[in-house]
Every structure is written in structure tokens, then in C-alpha cells.
Design a protein. Structure first.
Lengths: 169, 693
């Protein structure tokens, strides 16, 4: 038993080590590619022409807003503004709907937190439920309480069985 | 024809109302056993026949609308607004679902068709089918009421008097975005999926009302549910392909509310298809399944409400009106009935077994459901958050692709991971040894893929920061490799046993294995299809694009291709004028193919529309858009995209369809043979063998 546990521990230890190694490799590679802040930021802003597309993806020829917004973006980047300052400036100019996603501040934060909170709560609830069932053991609990697994009412059980028989092809 | 159509709708409404009322009274009488002047069974049968007649009446209405489109009856407002004389014949059919009223009529007709098939096959289980038919009639009453009172498709022009008021010479034409071959099949396919979920919903509610054994109604509705799911899946993918080929932005999924509306019932429907296996096999998750199908049905209604009632803005919500109140009231009634029935009959849904281990096939089904429902919640939340934000803060916010990419994509990847893990876990519980045996190969495949990705230059980190797109792509490729390995190992394990037993080759043994358990292995094939789709989706992290004005003999380079403009041409017909750019595509100095992106100008609607030129190979799509001409220089503007692995998405759909068909085929009967046993004199029976205690 102890030997088996030791083997299991070794297996998981190796798996964790391998994962850590790959993450380190990832970190050590890649810092050499030049980035385009304009491209990144234009995919976080909406085009204001009413096309409901991201600024970086608006494909309307003669769009009255795309080129103007992109040039404003370039000006802001050239002025060494941080991403947050750029976003704030666009919000001040066009309103909150110019941002392609809610911010991480105030009530907007709820948009980001709620999905993970719901998932975490559901996951925790499920795990606890399974552990409770598994920990007690259904068979034992059925014996302990004297309940029958299927149904306690013989007439109901007979009815269910009859319907099952009748509908069996 | 307008009068005939309106009359058909009115008759259909009366018949559906009779079906609902007579069916409800008959089932009530049967349930309570009260004596009545008319036999409840006969009353129920008249209700069923009314349902069949109702289908004929709705068909008449749909025919009347199509006939009016083909005869260019512009005295009908709907025809005036959605058709014109020069509209090609296939798009005349598309006019049926291009507007609010027509799409509701299509919904009612499809519901009538499903109901017709259901009522014809009622002998499978007369009572359960009566319940289901009556519930479907209730849904039909709603849609027909909307059609008759709120959104009449045969409404005449305001102030029109036949023979007195002149009829407009031509219509406004069909929305140019809809004039694409896929638009002739995409909406009906999607609607077949939407409407189809009404059938398992009706069976589930009916079965709960009559306290029918859970796994029985599931068995009866399995084919309905799978076919419906397949229609919805194909509808969603056709919509993606339409968006890709028509909208000209190089993408196929923009997290638009209309797209989200179709995706949500797909997620809950998929969860239902998985969790019903638990109920059939172990008698577990009965309440869960009932609520999953209730939710799926309600989500189809919510999707219609969101996109058609103007609650949320959408780039391609083609038909909006003020029918929102009707839908809200109907959804409220349906939800009320579902809750009431559930509370009343919940004792019938007691589980027969409980889970015994956190690491088992059962728990993987549960987690799969959990993830699917979380994904559904995320999408619903993202779709509704602008409304919630406006209500709470007074300002509307945009919830676009960046939100979904950050929140929904990791959930989707976890789901793909579970797709591979689930089948590797045994039922009830699992030992560490079994886990290790089943998981070693997939884990190796996972890490090998990570290393290969890094080796070929995929960088999940850029400038010291996480590059989300590339990171997700690496995770997606790795998990996909692990899942494919796991599924392949499952096939090979089973096929190996058959091969040893029968002497067949491995391919033949795999086919026999699949035929022996079509549901299981069909499901695995569907999972392979999903993984192939995920690989295709992950390719979007490496999309490239370039745009420039191109005069004659101008060149543009993207990836390994050089596009050389060799000419421009124009064409026109009675429906539209078009401009083409003729582009020779070279690899090195050699011309490999030619592309002709097009820009159309539709005469009736006065709207322009791009027709994208796509050259697809397994590695990528070369996607070229004729965006128009620069008003200052008069030069055409060409935008080219190189979209890696897009073809895999459509190929994945083909695998999913194939897998679903396999899963629908009945299992091969086990081979039987008569074995002759030499007759020997039986030894005298000992008392212990004679029976008794």
C-alpha cells in the first residue's frame, strides 16, 4: 500500500515537474517579437459607425469613423499614453460603449466576476455533493434508513414496471 | 391569396386551440377517471386529428406566402418589403424567413410539421403522445396567435383597396446580405433545431405530468433530440460559414447576440444529450434532465425575444418588431407551468442511484454538464449585461469579443479536455492504476504537441507578457492532441479484441466495433469532429491581413502568396451590378490560381455587398475582399487575409454529422449460432440442484 502511494506520488511529481519545465521554456522564449500596440488596442475598441464591429476589424470602405479613431489612437500612442489613459480618453470622447468589453472597475467588474463565481460555486457544490454521496455510500445509507432505492410505494413501482413492460419494443 | 393565407392561419389557430382544450380535458378525464358523456379516449383522438388538420392549414398559409412571393403580389406589405421581381428563384423562398412575420410563419409551419409526424406515430404510446401533442398544441396556439394578432404576414398595404388603389410596380428586394446560397438553407436548418426542441420539451413535460417512467420518454425522444441537435448544429455552422463568406471581415463568429441566441440552446441541448445517458443507465439526474430540456426550450424562446424584440442590438437581426411582450408573457406562462408541474410531481423524479466516486464516468458527465451550463450562463450573462448595466448604472456598455474570448474560451478548452477524459474513466469508480493506464498516452501526446508548437515558433509569450491568442492556441492544440489520442486508443483497444477474436483486419474490426455499439462509438466520432473544429478555431490566433489600393499590375504579398492585379471587369443583371477584380495569385514566380473578389450593388434595395473570394487548402484560407474604390483616387481597395486552419472547422462539421448518423443507426444484432452439444446421459439431480432454498 505504502509502495503504491509512493509510486503515485512519484508519478504526479514528475508530471508537475514536466509542466513547470514547459512553462519556464515558454517564458524564456518569445520576448523578441515586436508588438503592435495599435493593433492590440484597436481590438479593444468599437468602431463608432454603427457596424457593431471592433475598430481593428471594421471593413467598411468610406467608414466615417474608422480612420478617424485609428488616427486618434496612433496620436495617443505616440504621446506615450498608457493603455488605461488611451481608453479613458476614448471613453471621455465617445462614451462607455466605445470599449469592446466592460472595464475592471465599479459595477463593470461584476461582468467579469460573475461567470467565474458561478462556475466556482457550482463546481464546489458538485464536488461536495459527490463526496457526500461517495463518503456515506448509497447502499449503506439505503440499509441504514431502510429505504428502497427505487420507490417505497409498491403500487407505484408496479405501475412503473407495467408502463415499462407495455412500452418495451 | 392574402385572404386565403389569412383564413388558413385563422383556421389553424382554431384547430390548435381545439387540440389544446379537447386534449387537456380528455387527459384530465383519463387521469381522474371521472365519468363523462363522451369517451375521453375518443375526445383525445379528435384533438389529435385537429392537430393533423392544423398542420394542413398552416401549410396552406405558408404556401400562400410563397405563392404571393412568386406572383409578385406587392399589395401585401411583407412581399413589398422583402422581395422584388428580379429576385432569383431560390431567394424567393428565402423571402419566407427574411422578415419577422415570415420567420414566425416558418416557425409555426415547422412546429406543425413536427406535430404532424408525432401525431401520426402516436401508436408507439398513445397516452404519452396525447400529452405531448396537447403541449405542442399549446405552443402552436401561441405562435399562431402572434401571427394572427401581432405580426400578420398577409397584411395589405395601408389603405389598400383591391381594384382601386394602385399596387407598387416593384418591391424593395431582399436584404443583400441574405442573397447568398447558404441563406436558403441556414435559417430553415436553424429553425428546425429551435423548433425541434419543442418536441422533447413536450414529452418531458407530458411524462412528468403523467408520472411516466423517466428513461422511457427519453428512449422514445432520443431520435427526436439527436436529429434536432444535428439540425441546430448544422444551422449554427452554416451561419458561421455565411458570416465568413459574406460579411467580409475575415471571421466567422463575432459573439453577436443573434449568434449567441442560437448557441445557448445548443449548449443546454448538448448537456441534455449527455446527461440522459446517466438517467437511462443509472436512473440518476432525473430532475436535472427535466430542467435541462425545459431550459433549452425556454432559451429558444429567449433567443427569439432577444433578437426579434429589439432588446439587444445586433449586426444581423434582420427582423425586429414589438412582439417582445407576447414572448415575455408566453415564457412566463411556460415557466410557471414547468415549476408547478415539477413541484407537484417531484417525488416521481427521485434518483435511483448516487455517485460513488469523484473520479468516475458519472462524475465526468456531471462536470461536463456543469461546464456546458457555465458556458451557457457566460453567454447569457454577456448578452444581457448591457441591459443590466443600463438598468443599474444608467449607462450602456458593450460586451464584445474580448469579453467572451477571455471568459468563454478557457471554459471551452476545459470542456474539450473533459471530452477526452470522460470516456477514459470507468463507471462507478476508478483506481489509480486504471487512470494511469488510460491517461499515459494522452498525456504524452499533450506534451509532445506543446513542445512541437514551441519548436515551430508558436510563442505564447510576447514582450514578457502573455499573448492570449497564441497561449490559447497552444493549449487548444495540445488538449486536442490528447483527446484524439484518447479516442483513438479507445477505438483500437476495442477493435484489437475483435480482431483477435474474429481474425479480421483492424479497419474491419473497427467498423464492426462501431456497428455493435453505434451510440457509443458514434458519440466518439462526434467528439473527434468537435476536436477538429477546435483545432480550426485555434488557428484564428495566427490570422494575418493586409490591405491596399490596387491598380492594374499592382502587387500585394501575404504569407507565401503574391497577388497581382491583372484586370477589372464589370457585369450586370436585372438584380444587381457588380465590379470584379481579377487577381493572379503567385507562389514564387509561378501563377498558381486566380481569384475574382466581387462587389455588388443591388438595384432594388440600393445597397452594396461584397462577395468574398476564398481559396481553401488544409493549412489556410486565402480570403480576398473587394472592399470598394477609394473616392479620392478611384483605385480599388483590396483586403487579403490568410486565415490558418479554417477549413478544419467545416471538415469537423462533416465528421460531427457522420458521427450523429452513426449514433442514430441501430446496433448490429449480436451474431448467434446454434451449437450442437453431443447428447449425454444427464446425471441424476442432487437435491441441491432441484431448486428450493
Amino acid at each position: 500500500m505504502v509502495l503504491r502511494r509512493l509510486r503515485a506520488f512519484k508519478f504526479w511529481k514528475r508530471a508537475v515537474e514536466a509542466s513547470a519545465l514547459v512553462v519556464v521554456i515558454c517564458l524564456s522564449m518569445g520576448a523578441d517579437t515586436p508588438s503592435s500596440r495599435q493593433n492590440t488596442l484597436s481590438h479593444q475598441l468599437m468602431c463608432q459607425c454603427g457596424c457593431a464591429q471592433l475598430l481593428g476589424e471594421c471593413d467598411h470602405v468610406g467608414c466615417p469613423d474608422r480612420d478617424k479613431e485609428l488616427s486618434e489612437l496612433m496620436t495617443d500612442i505616440a504621446a506615450n499614453m498608457t493603455d488605461e489613459q488611451v481608453m479613458d480618453e476614448f471613453v471621455a470622447k465617445y462614451g462607455a460603449t466605445v470599449l469592446a468589453a466592460p472595464t475592471m472597475k465599479g459595477f463593470d467588474l461584476v461582468a467579469w466576476v460573475a461567470p467565474f463565481a458561478v462556475f466556482a460555486a457550482a463546481l464546489l457544490g458538485t464536488i461536495l455533493l459527490i463526496r457526500r454521496w461517495g463518503g456515506l455510500g448509497f447502499e449503506r445509507r439505503a440499509h441504514a434508513t431502510g429505504t428502497v432505492a427505487q420507490t417505497a410505494d409498491p403500487a407505484e413501482q408496479e405501475r412503473l414496471d407495467r408502463v415499462r413492460r407495455e412500452t418495451d419494443a | 391569396m392574402a385572404t386565403f393565407g389569412s383564413f388558413c392561419l385563422l383556421i389553424a389557430l382554431v384547430l390548435a386551440a381545439y387540440n389544446l382544450l379537447a386534449g387537456a380535458v380528455a387527459l384530465r378525464l383519463i387521469a381522474t377517471g371521472q365519468p363523462a358523456r363522451i369517451s375521453p379516449e375518443r375526445l383525445a383522438d379528435t384533438a389529435r386529428r385537429a392537430g393533423i388538420a392544423g398542420f394542413v392549414a398552416v401549410t396552406g398559409a405558408a404556401f400562400a406566402l410563397i405563392y404571393s412571393v412568386f406572383t409578385n403580389d406587392f399589395s401585401i406589405t411583407y412581399i413589398l418589403e422583402h422581395s422584388n421581381r428580379a429576385l432569383p428563384i431560390p431567394y424567393k423562398f428565402a423571402a419566407l424567413w427574411s422578415g419577422q412575420e415570415g420567420s414566425l410563419l416558418l416557425w409555426a409551419w415547422l412546429l406543425g410539421t413536427y406535430g404532424f409526424v408525432l401525431r401520426l406515430t402516436h401508436k408507439t404510446d398513445v397516452k404519452l403522445y396525447s400529452y405531448a401533442g396537447t403541449i405542442l398544441a399549446g405552443v402552436q396556439v401561441f405562435f399562431l396567435s402572434v401571427l394572427v394578432f401581432a405580426a400578420p404576414p398577409f397584411a395589405l398595404l395601408p389603405g389598400y383597396v383591391a381594384g382601386v388603389t394602385p399596387v407598387p410596380a416593384d418591391g424593395n428586394g431582399l436584404n443583400p446580405l441574405l442573397q447568398y446560397p447558404e441563406m436558403v438553407i441556414h435559417p430553415p436548418m436553424l429553425y428546425l433545431g429551435y423548433v425541434g426542441f419543442s418536441v422533447p420539451f413536450a414529452f418531458a413535460l407530458g411524462a412528468l405530468m403523467m408520472r411516466y417512467p423517466g428513461e422511457k420518454w427519453i428512449r422514445i425522444t432520443r431520435i427526436w433530440t439527436m436529429v434536432t441537435w444535428l439540425f441546430l448544429t448544422c444551422g449554427i455552422f452554416l451561419g458561421m460559414h455565411w458570416a465568413y463568406a459574406v460579411l467580409g471581415w475575415g471571421g466567422y463568429w463575432g459573439w453577436d447576440p443573434v449568434e449567441n441566441a442560437s448557441f445557448m440552446p445548443w449548449l443546454t441541448g448538448t448537456a441534455f444529450l449527455h446527461s440522459v445517458m446517466m438517467q437511462e443507465r443509472k436512473g440518476m439526474m432525473k430532475s436535472w434532465n427535466v430542467w435541462l430540456i425545459f431550459s433549452t426550450f425556454l432559451l429558444t424562446m429567449l433567443g427569439t425575444l432577444l433578437t426579434r424584440a429589439g432588446l439587444v442590438s445586433s449586426v444581423h437581426a434582420f427582423a425586429q418588431s414589438s412582439i417582445g411582450t407576447w414572448f415575455i408573457v408566453f415564457m412566463g406562462i411556460v415557466l410557471g407551468i414547468c415549476i408547478f408541474t415539477y413541484i407537484l410531481q417531484r417525488g416521481h423524479l427521485k434518483t435511483e442511484h448516487h455517485m460513488e466516486s469523484l473520479v468516475s464516468r458519472e462524475s465526468s458527465f456531471l462536470f461536463n454538464n456543469l461546464v456546458l451550463l457555465t458556458a451557457c450562463f457566460v453567454i447569457l450573462w454577456g448578452t444581457l449585461f448591457p441591459i443590466i448595466s443600463e438598468y443599474v448604472q444608467g449607462t450602456k456598455v458593450t460586451v464584445g469579443a474580448p469579453f467572451y474570448n477571455r471568459v468563454a474560451v478557457p471554459i471551452g478548452l476545459f470542456l474539450v479536455f473533459l471530452t477526452g477524459v470522460g470516456p477514459l474513466l470507468p463507471w462507478r469508480s476508478s483506481s489509480f492504476k486504471a487512470i494511469k493506464r488510460n491517461f499515459v498516452l494522452p498525456i504524452i501526446a499533450l506534451w509532445v504537441t506543446v513542445i512541437v508548437c514551441l519548436a515551430v515558433g508558436v510563442r505564447p509569450w510576447k514582450d514578457g507578457a502573455l499573448d492570449t491568442g497564441s497561449f490559447y492556441a497552444v493549449v487548444a492544440f495540445s488538449v486536442a492532441a490528447a483527446v484524439l489520442t484518447a479516442i483513438t486508443a479507445e477505438f483500437l483497444r476495442g477493435a484489437g479484441v475483435i480482431s483477435r477474436q474474429t481474425g479480421r483486419n483492424l479497419l474491419s474490426a473497427t467498423w464492426l466495433l462501431t456497428r455493435r455499439n453505434t451510440r457509443r462509438y458514434g458519440g466518439y466520432i462526434i467528439h473527434i469532429g468537435v476536436v477538429v473544429v477546435v483545432i480550426g478555431l485555434a488557428g484564428s490566433a495566427f490570422n494575418r491581413s493586409t490591405e491596399s489600393e490596387m491598380g492594374l499590375h499592382s502587387q500585394m504579398s501575404i504569407g507565401p502568396y503574391t497577388l497581382v492585379c491583372t484586370g477589372f471587369t464589370q457585369d450586370s443583371n436585372s438584380n444587381y451590378n457588380s465590379d470584379y477584380a481579377v487577381l493572379d495569385v503567385q507562389q514564387g514566380d509561378k501563377k498558381v490560381f486566380q481569384m475574382t473578389p466581387e462587389r455588388r450593388f443591388y438595384l432594388a434595395s440600393g445597397q452594396p455587398q461584397t462577395m468574398v473570394a476564398i481559396h481553401s487548402v488544409p493549412e489556410w484560407d486565402l480570403y480576398v475582399v473587394y472592399e470598394g474604390t477609394n473616392p479620392d483616387t478611384g483605385q480599388p481597395i483590396i483586403k487579403a487575409f490568410l486565415n490558418p486552419l479554417v477549413g478544419w472547422i467545416w471538415f469537423g462539421l462533416v465528421i460531427i454529422v457522420f458521427g450523429t448518423f452513426i449514433a442514430l443507426v441501430p446496433n448490429l444484432s449480436p451474431a448467434t449460432a446454434v451449437v450442437r452439444v453431443p447428447v449425454t446421459k444427464a446425471p441424476p439431480m442432487t437435491p441441491a440442484l432441484k431448486g428450493g432454498d
